[in-house]
Design a protein around this ligand. Sequence first.
Ligand code: TXA
Ligand code: MG
Length: 314
Amino acid sequence: MDTHFTKDPIKAAAYIRGGKLVVFPTETVYGLGANALDEKAVARIYQAKKRPVSNPLIVHLGSPADILRVASRITPTAEKLMETFFPGPLTLILPRHPSLPRIVSGGLDTVAVRMPALPVTRQFLKSARIPVAAPSANISGRPSATTWQSAAEDLKDCVHCILCGPPAAVGLESTVVDCTERLPALLRPGAISIEDLRTAIPEFSSNAPNAFRSPGMHYNHYAPAAKIQIVIHPGEAESGNDKGYIGLDSPASETVFGKCRTPRHIEEYGHCLFEFFRDCDRSGITKIYCQKVAETGLGHALMDRLVRAARSSR
Ligand code: TXA
Ligand code: MG
């Protein structure tokens, strides 16, 4: 396929309006988008990603007014969370609008909605003037793409256009909150932390993601080809040219790794994690040691991804 690479959100919007697949940036990770109202275009997303059709997609919107095109109502909890955190790295689950093609929601009667904050993404969505269904822009089961180059590596042969934006600032996928019931439930931790959510809704109690309500939690995720082992201290990591290490603490100078990264703080750890995984795969690393972090704030999301990557890579 002749893929068009562009930095112009208006050009990319024309592709989406024409029923084509478009890779686009967001502040969390890159997305693989199609017109959410076009069933055939959405079906091509599942094919391109090799994603099970029972795993629903997030609908991306340019403005809050668009929500009622895809959701039948905005619940009181959703209203509060939108006021505080939209636009941003937060996805809300709402009752689905009957006219939204069922394939977007994997057959569920709910829909996931998100309004990204990155300016180029907002321009893209505003000029598209349609809701854009998009999962992360990676082959299913691989780490999410946080740069357009990584998205191209996985999907170049099946997308018509790649909107080349900056590397994703957050680097981890959005927080997902189910707002369909009286009390909201966290389905996936992300950059909007549980502590942040409690500032808007103090009765937000559960810390553990509610896997039962989230289809995506049942699939393997975020895994590079290399095996992942979580360590408390860098001293536990075995050295070798085929080994990788990432963590806030530096390993001892006598240990040698094929790939080694010591982010300065947890935000940088989240920002570079998936790209580090992909880099390790490109260099034939067979085992990656990842240092554990405290499970508060962004640490909750980071540990969720590390644990799932370790589980999937076994
Ligand atoms: O940051 C992100 O959220 C990125 C960017 C592109 O927006 N998107 C992303 O999409 O990570 P994806 O498809 O890789 O993950 C979406 C998650 C999946 O775990 C899916 O099961 C869940 O959201 N989800 C989507 N619709 C749902 C629904 N109606 N009910 C429950 N979970 C839903
Ligand atoms: Mg994904």
